[in-house]
Structure formats: structure tokens, C-alpha cells
Design a protein. Structure first.
Length: 415
């Protein structure tokens, strides 16, 4: 059995955001994911962390590896800086003068209390983009409430819809709200940086955790207005024939026949073309209302065949069908491997020899970017970044002795 390609980090990789500097004051997943997207695209991402422990994700160890930290903070540099000290804030403002954007995800008002709110940051650099991610947004009656992704999943309509008709609302198996918010925040940051570089003014960006998730619920607000909001377990109305089915060899396959031509191909393939002549199933709307009956017919055909037979037969008839894969399955799948969806990168001291993670997602022909740096040790790049600001070695030692800058953690020590 072949294994994913082992990728060495390529510090010379150049992405489309090369030359753009982003200061990441965030922690946990939403800001980390936003920063990772920008860093994957080539931005110089400098993560500003508390000297006393840094980002909380560093402490989420699984089998000795801080898995979330390792993935979401690749391609970044780390500076451990005490923002509660006047000198720490001065250093931050010097960095702001060199930056295109700042990303933060504190509770609204936290930066202002530290004396480094958007007005101060934009005063230091009028072209700066300040991206603010929070649970409930910067305004509104909930804005001062603490908020994590689970709460966003609860109020956005997602959890209400997720699950089956006979189960309570179900949380997603991953940090969905944080990751979707991170994508929105990264997209908005890129757009605002383009605006500023085109001669426009800097600006603040307000991204909550719950609004991006509400947006991916599709037309649910309109469906509610029309009196047709789907019930839990009903699934999307974008496809009249869809489902997940168990095969004879105890594997699962998923199919979705969103186009009428594929619906016809499906029923021909399973030997039931007469269904389309039945007025109960002839139209898109009628099939939506009788999806359970249709799935019984499809499920009975699939239940007597192996997964390989189902896939080859239906694909041969032009039906859109795929196996249900775990991540373990996907890492061995030939299509995933051909596209290098997952890669193994060298582990650092105290980690496994190789670390598996998803590759950079967008495939760009001229500016492909890539995996340049492993997730940093806390303060690993203190000297490098402070030297870029013109701070001498003697000054750096003084800053460290006085607690303004943390001691850099390097390989061979706890991160």
C-alpha cells in the first residue's frame, strides 16, 4: 500500500499574497483558521502571543501532539509579546506600521481596554485592515456575551436542522462555526487589503461566528417566509433524490441526483424506470414530498449489492454517486493521493517523525504557494522579527529580562 508523499517545507514558496504582512493577535480556531488561509496564500503571518503560555491551542494535546495548533498555525512566525505592558504595545504599533492587516478575536472591547483599539491601530497605519472576529459581532444586544462556535451553531439554524427526525439537535463533529467564520474573515481581509493597496483607506471588518453559519443555511429564511422550512432530518431541498445507503458488504454510499437527467439515469440503472411515469414521483416537488418512499426503492436495490458493484453500475449510467469515506479511508484513496490532498510533513522535536495534514487547498498555476513553515514554537521568531524592526541584541535581552518579550522556546523544549 502506498502512503502520502512526504513534503519538506519549502521556505522559498511564493504565494499570491507574498509581500503582504498580517499580524495575528487571535487564538483558538476562528482566528487561527483565518490566519492559516492567509499564510497558506503566502502572507507573512506573525502570530503575537502571550509570553505565559501563548495560544490555548498549544495545550490541546492528543497522543502528545497539539493537533489543532499544528495544523491551524502552519506557515506562521511566532512572537511572544506582553501587550499589557507599555513597551509591548509600543512594539506592536511599530509592527503595525509594517503590516497590511491585523486579525483579532477577543471579546468586543478587549483591544480598546488594552489601549490598542482600531482607532489607535489605524492612527499608526491609516491603510491598515483590522479584522475582528467575535462570537456575536461588535454590535447588538448579545455583543458583550462570551461566545464559542457551539453557541453559533445553536442559534444559526444549523443545529436545529442537523440530525434526524427522532433525535435532538446535533452538534457538528468539527469546529464548523469557527472554520466558516475564519474563511469569511480571510476573504474579507484580502478584499480590504486590495482596496487599501488600490489607494483606499484602511478599515475595520466585523465578523461574528453565527452570521457566516447562518449564511450557509442557504435559502432557509426564504423557505420559512414561504411556509416550507425543512424539518430536522429532512435534508436540503436542492436535490429531490438523495441519500446515504448501506451496501451488502456493510459499506455506505451517497448519491445525489440534482438534475432531471441524472434522476432518469438512476431509475433506469436500478431497473425501475416506471417510477418516473408515476404521477406521485414525476415532478421535482412531488419527489421532494415523497423522498422517503423513493429512498426505500433505491435502498433495497443497493442493499443487495457490494459497494464496488453499486459504484461501478451507477457511475456507468452517469449517476452521481460516491463512497462514504473516513479520513483514514480518504488518505489511502487513489484520487486523494493523486491530488496530494493530505501530505506528511517533517515532525519537530517531540513529535512523530512525520505529521499528516491537509495540503494548501487552492491550486494556483502561477503562484502556487505551499507549506513553508511548521507551526512555530512559542516566541520562536522573537529575535528575527525584532531585528527586522531594528531592535538591537542588547535591547532584546532587556525586553526579555523585563518580561516585555517572552523567552523563545526552540526545538528540544516544550512549546
Amino acid at each position: 500500500m502506498s502512503t502520502p508523499t512526504v513534503h519538506e517545507f519549502d521556505t522559498d514558496a511564493v504565494g499570491p499574497m507574498h509581500g503582504c504582512r498580517v499580524l495575528d493577535l487571535s487564538r483558538l480556531v476562528s482566528g487561527g483558521h483565518c490566519g492559516m488561509v492567509l499564510a497558506d496564500l503566502g502572507a507573512d503571518l506573525i502570530k503575537i502571543e502571550r509570553p505565559d503560555g501563548g495560544d490555548e491551542l498549544r495545550r490541546g494535546q492528543i497522543a502528545g501532539v497539539a493537533a489543532f495548533w499544528t495544523v491551524y498555525n502552519r506557515n506562521k512566525r511566532s512572537v511572544s509579546l506582553n501587550l499589557k505592558s507599555p513597551q509591548g504595545r509600543e512594539i506592536l504599533l511599530e509592527l503595525v506600521k509594517t503590516a497590511d492587516a491585523v486579525v483579532e478575536n477577543f471579546r468586543p472591547g478587549t483591544l480598546e481596554k488594552l489601549g490598542i483599539g482600531p482607532d489607535v491601530l489605524l492612527g499608526a497605519n491609516p491603510s491598515l485592515v483590522v479584522t475582528r472576529i467575535s462570537g456575536w459581532g461588535q454590535t447588538g444586544p448579545y455583543s458583550q456575551l462570551p461566545g464559542f462556535g457551539t453557541l453559533a451553531e445553536a442559534v444559526s439554524g444549523f443545529m436545529y436542522r442537523n440530525g434526524t427526525a427522532d433525535t435532538p439537535p446535533v452538534t457538528p463533529p468539527t469546529a464548523l462555526a469557527d472554520m466558516v467564520a475564519g474563511l469569511y474573515a480571510a476573504t474579507a481581509t484580502i478584499a480590504a487589503v486590495l482596496h487599501a493597496r488600490g489607494g483606499g483607506a484602511g478599515q475595520t471588518i466585523d465578523v461574528s461566528l453565527f452570521e457566516p453559519l447562518a449564511s450557509i443555511m442557504g435559502p432557509d429564511a426564504l423557505l420559512d417566509q414561504l411556509g416550507h422550512l425543512p424539518r430536522r432530518g429532512e435534508g436540503t431541498r436542492a436535490s429531490s433524490v438523495k441519500g446515504v445507503f448501506l451496501t451488502a458488504d456493510d459499506k455506505w454510499v451517497a448519491l445525489s441526483a440534482a438534475a432531471e437527467s441524472i434522476v432518469r439515469n438512476l431509475f433506469v440503472a436500478i431497473g425501475a424506470p416506471e417510477i418516473l411515469n408515476d404521477p406521485r414521483f414525476a415532478s421535482y416537488e412531488s419527489r421532494l414530498n415523497r423522498r422517503a418512499e423513493i429512498n426505500e426503492v433505491i435502498g433495497a436495490w443497493i442493499a443487495h449489492r457490494s459497494a464496488d458493484n453499486v459504484l461501478s453500475t451507477l457511475r456507468g449510467q452517469g449517476v452521481t454517486v460516491a463512497p462514504v469515506l473516513s479520513t483514514a479511508d480518504a488518505r489511502k484513496d487513489p484520487h486523494f493521493m493523486a491530488r496530494e490532498v493530505y501530505v506528511d510533513v517533517p515532525g519537530r522535536d517531540g513529535e512523530p517523525a512525520t505529521i499528516a495534514m491537509h495540503n494548501v487547498v487552492p491550486r494556483m498555476s502561477e503562484t502556487p504557494s505551499g507549506l513553508r513553515l511548521p507551526a512555530p514554537r512559542l516566541g520562536e521568531h522573537n529575535n528575527e522579527v525584532l531585528t527586522e524592526l531594528g531592535i538591537s541584541g542588547e535591547e532584546r535581552h532587556h525586553l526579555e529580562r523585563t518580561g516585555v518579550v517572552g523567552a523563545a522556546v526552540m526545538d528540544g523544549a516544550d512549546a
